[in-house]
Design a protein around this ligand. Structure first.
Ligand code: KIV
Length: 316
């Protein structure tokens, strides 16, 4: 158990009220030409850091399956697992828009099933929008009519990994580009509040972005989208794999954490941790009252530490 508290005596930036980012606010940002920043997060601590850094949108992505749960692809993660992580993120976030990724299988059956699962993300986890992959126009319409904001996701859609034959860049021909644009326009007309464009040529993303009145948020789609999203673990090098072309690593958390953990292990092994200052102590009166049998050598495991304590008891 950790007794460490997340709150501190100093007021955090969270004490200052800030306007909540909403799906309509993302639309305003597009109209005002303000780039939208988005990142994934899957737990309280990370989501809190991302929110406090002023990122506009936090996606509890199903990439959770790979970067947090160590699975080979995103297909196995369940609604209950996604709900669990979305709740943790929601508790941390004050400003950013919290979007829950609907996992594979949770919206691929009937519209009613998709709707029921989306309602769970809003009701049970506090999500403020859901994201679904592919041109599921009827479902987007049904969710919108049910007051559930939807973010679409087109291009390289990881839940279609088997149909695509791997994680391949999409929209590389003029025909494929046109198809993507048609899908994007249809999703927007059905009520999508924004569309993630993943793994498509910059030129295709630019054309789709220009054609839509709702924002596009790119990942591996070039700089002309209305916003950008990355997987948090890619950003800080916590993925144990060479990064994709579109990833920029802003920190090396793997090196930082590995160094910290090795240092801790060495300190424990050399009895350099914890120090006396990091230990709790009896009150002096209790120490005086203790009748310690200093002669019982057999019971003493660490002679140096015991001698030090004996000295302290004598001086007390
Ligand atoms: O699950 C995820 O992290 C995503 C982003 C890559 C957009 O869908």
């Amino acid at each position: 158990m950790s007794l460490t508290q997340f709150s501190t005596a100093r007021p955090s930036p969270r004490a200052i009220p800030v306007p909540k980012v909403t799906v309509p606010a993302l639309g305003d940002m597009k109209r005002q030409g303000k780039p939208i920043s988005a990142l994934t997060a899957y737990d309280y601590a990370t989501a809190r850091l991302v929110d406090e850094a002023g990122v506009d949108m936090i996606l509890v992505g199903d990439s959770l399956a790979m970067v947090v749960l160590g699975q080979e692809n995103t297909l196995a993660v369940t609604v209950d697992e996604m709900l669990h992580h979305t709740r943790a993120v929601r508790r941390a976030v004050h400003r950013a828009l919290v979007v829950a990724d609907m996992p594979f299988g949770s919206y691929h059956g009937t519209i009613a099933e998709g709707l029921a699962n989306a309602v769970r993300f809003m009701k049970e986890a506090g999500a403020e929008a859901v994201k679904i992959e592919g041109p599921r126009v009827e479902l987007v319409r049904a969710l919108t009519q049910a007051e559930i904001p939807v973010i679409g996701h087109l291009g390289l859609t990881p839940q279609s990994v088997h149909r695509m034959g791997g994680y391949r860049v999409q929209g590389r021909s003029t025909e494929a580009m046109r198809e993507l644009e048609t899908d994007a326009v249809a999703l927007a007309a059905a009520g999508a509040g924004a569309i993630v464009l993943e793994g498509i040529p910059r030129e295709a993303a630019a054309q789709i972005t220009a054609a839509l009145s709702i924002p596009t948020i790119g990942i591996g789609a070039g700089p002309d989208c209305d916003g950008q999203i990355l997987v948090f673990h890619d950003l800080v090098n916590m993925t144990f794999a060479p990064p994709a072309k579109f990833v920029r690593r802003y920190a090396d958390a793997a090196e930082l954490f590995r160094g910290a953990v090795e240092h801790y292990r060495e300190d424990v092994e050399h009895r350099a941790f914890p120090s006396d200052a990091e230990s709790y102590h009896l009150p002096k009166s209790a120490i005086k009252a203790m009748q310690v049998d200093f002669a019982d050598d057999d019971a003493i495991v660490n002679r140096d530490a015991w001698d030090e304590l004996s000295q302290e008891l004598k001086q007390a």
